[in-house]
Design a protein around this ligand. Structure first.
Ligand code: XLS
Ligand code: NI
Ligand code: NI
Length: 435
C-alpha cells in the first residue's frame, strides 16, 4: 500500500445492518443473483480520470484537491498508478478504465507521448498481474488539448484528423496489449459551436471514416473487444453528433457500421438528452447495440454533466432490469464515470463515493432480479400486447396486409375497438414493491 491511502483497509461486505461507513451493505461480490455471481453481473470499473486526474476545479476556482502526483512528470505518473491500483484493490473492483491523458503527462511530440503511454502500460501490466484487476476499456482523450478544439475526427483540418487517428491507434494498441475488453470513443469535440462555420455533412463523413478505420484496425490486430461509441448531446460542444442512442444507431446504419459497434450509455448524458437512463438502455437493447454503461448521476437542476456518484436506487434498478432482460453484460460493465464534489478533498472520500455507488448498483440489481423472479410485471406487459399473437394481427405485422385490405376488413367487421387502461399508477406501485 502506498502512502496515499495509508490506514485504510480493504472494504468488506457486512450486510444491510452494518453501520460501518467503510463497509458494503449491499454489494456482496459472492452473492448469487439469478444464478450468477453479483460481481459478474455488475462488472464494476473505476474511472482513472475522475479519481486520479481531476483536480476539483469549477468555472470560478481551480484545484481544491492536493494530490502528490499533480504537476509532476513520469515519476509522478508512477506514483499516481500506485495510488490508483491501491484504490482498485481496497474496493475490490474487477476493472478500471483510462484515457491516455489520465495516466501519462503529454510529451513534446506524438512519438514521445506514445512512448510514455507505453511505459505506463508496462507498469499497468505488472500491477494487473499482481492484483488481478483487469481493463474494462481504454480510450483516447481527444478533447482536452487545444489542438482538438474544433474537433478530432470532425476537424476542418485534415492534419488534426490524422493526429487524432494516430492517437487512437496508440490507445488501441495499449488497450489490446492490456487485454482490454472494449475500446471507447466519446466525441466531446465531435460537434459544433456554431453552424455558421460548420459543414455538418462533411464532418459526419469524416467521423464515419474514422470509425471505419478503427473497426478495420481492430480486426487487423486481432482485438476481440467491443468498439463502443458513447452518446452525449452537448458539453463541451453546443451540439454533438452522437446526441443519444437513437441518433448513434441512425448514424451507424447510414454508414453500415451497426454490426461492428455498440454503445456505452452514461446516466448523465441520457438526462442531458432529455431521456431517462432506462430509456437509453432499453433503446440500445431494442437495436441490439447495448454494450456497457457509465454509471453516475446528474444534478437535476443544473443542466450540466455533473458526474456525481449515483444515489437513486429506483433509477438504477430500472436500468439493470433492462440490462438483465437483454441478457446482461458480455464485454461491458458498470464504469463509475463519477467524481467527488470539490469539497471532498480527503483520500477517504474516494472510498465513500465508490462504496455508495457500488451499494446503490447492488440494490438496483437485486431489485431488478426480484422483479424478474416475481414475474407479475412481465406478465402484465405481455398481456398488454397479447392481441398481437392473433393470426390476423401477425399477418398485419409481417406485411401480408395492405392498407386497402385492412380498411375493407374494418368496414366488413364493423370494428369498434375499445381503449384499455394503461395502468401506469398500478405498474408504478407494483415496481415500488421491489425497489
Ligand atoms: C464525458 C464522458 C467521458 C467518456 C470517456 O462526459 O463521459 O468521460 O466516458 O471519454
Ligand atoms: Ni462517460
Ligand atoms: Ni460524461
Amino acid at each position: 500500500m502506498s502512502d496515499f491511502f495509508k490506514g485504510l483497509d480493504k472494504v468488506r461486505y457486512e450486510g444491510p445492518d452494518s453501520t460501518n461507513p467503510l463497509a458494503f451493505r449491499h454489494y456482496d461480490p459472492d452473492a448469487i443473483v439469478l444464478g450468477k455471481r453479483m460481481d459478474d453481473h455488475l462488472r464494476f470499473a473505476v474511472a482513472y480520470w475522475h479519481s486520479f486526474a481531476w483536480e476539483g476545479g469549477d468555472p470560478f476556482g481551480g484545484r481544491t484537491f492536493e494530490r502528490p502526483w499533480f504537476d509532476g512528470g513520469m515519476d509522478a505518473a508512477r506514483q499516481k498508478a500506485d495510488a490508483a491500483f491501491d484504490l482498485f484493490t481496497l474496493l475490490g473492483v474487477p476493472y478500471f478504465c483510462f484515457h491516455d491523458a489520465d495516466v501519462r503527462p503529454e510529451g513534446e511530440s506524438y512519438a514521445e507521448s506514445t512512448r510514455r503511454l507505453g511505459a505506463l502500460a508496462d507498469i499497468f501490466e505488472t500491477k494487473m498481474a499482481e492484483t488481478g484487476v483487469k481493463l474494462l476499456w481504454g480510450t483516447a482523450n481527444l478533447f482536452s488539448n487545444r489542438r482538438f478544439m474544433a474537433g478530432a475526427a470532425t476537424n476542418p483540418d485534415p492534419e488534426i484528423f490524422a493526429y487524432a487517428a494516430a492517437t487512437i491507434k496508440a490507445n488501441m494498441d495499449v488497450t489490446h496489449r492490456l487485454g482490454g475488453e472494449n475500446y471507447v470513443l466519446w466525441g466531446g469535440r465531435e460537434g459544433y459551436e456554431t453552424l455558421l462555420n460548420t459543414n455538418l455533412g462533411q464532418e459526419m463523413d469524416q467521423m464515419a471514416r474514422m470509425l471505419a478505420m478503427v473497426i478495420d484496425y481492430k480486426h487487423k490486430i486481432g482485438f476481440k473487444g467491443t468498439i463502443l461509441v458513447e452518446p452525449k448531446p452537448q458539453e463541451p460542444t453546443k451540439h454533438q453528433y452522437d446526441y443519444d442512442v437513437a441518433t448513434v444507431y441512425g448514424f451507424l446504419k447510414k454508414y453500415g457500421l451497426e454490426q461492428e459497434v455498440k454503445v456505452n450509455i452514461e446516466v448523465g448524458h441520457a438526462i442531458l438528452a432529455g431521456h431517462t437512463f432506462e430509456h437509453e438502455v432499453a433503446m440500445a437493447a431494442a437495436h441490439g447495440i447495448l454494450g456497457s454503461i457509465d454509471m453516475n448521476r446528474n444534478d437535476m437542476q443544473s443542466g450540466w454533466d455533473t458526474d456525481q456518484f449515483p444515489n437513486n436506487a429506483p433509477e438504477v434498478a430500472l436500468a439493470y432490469y433492462h440490462i438483465l432482460k437483454a441478457g446482461g453484460f458480455t464485454t461491458g460493465g458498470t464504469n463509475f464515470d463519477a467524481k467527488l464534489r470539490r469539497q471532498s478533498i480527503d483520500p477517504e472520500d474516494l472510498l465513500h463515493g465508490h462504496i455508495g455507488g457500488m451499494d446503490i448498483c447492488a440494490r438496483g440489481l437485486k431489485a431488478a432480479a426480484a422483479i424478474i423472479e416475481d414475474g407479475t410485471y412481465e406478465r402484465l406487459l405481455a398481456e398488454r400486447y397479447a392481441g398481437w399473437d392473433g393470426a390476423e394481427a401477425q399477418a398485419m405485422l409481417r406485411g401480408e396486409r395492405t392498407l386497402e385490405e385492412i380498411a375493407a376488413r374494418v368496414e366488413r367487421e364493423a370494428l369498434d375497438p375499445q381503449p384499455r387502461s394503461g395502468r401506469q399508477e398500478y405498474l408504478e406501485n407494483l415496481i415500488n414493491r421491489f425497489v
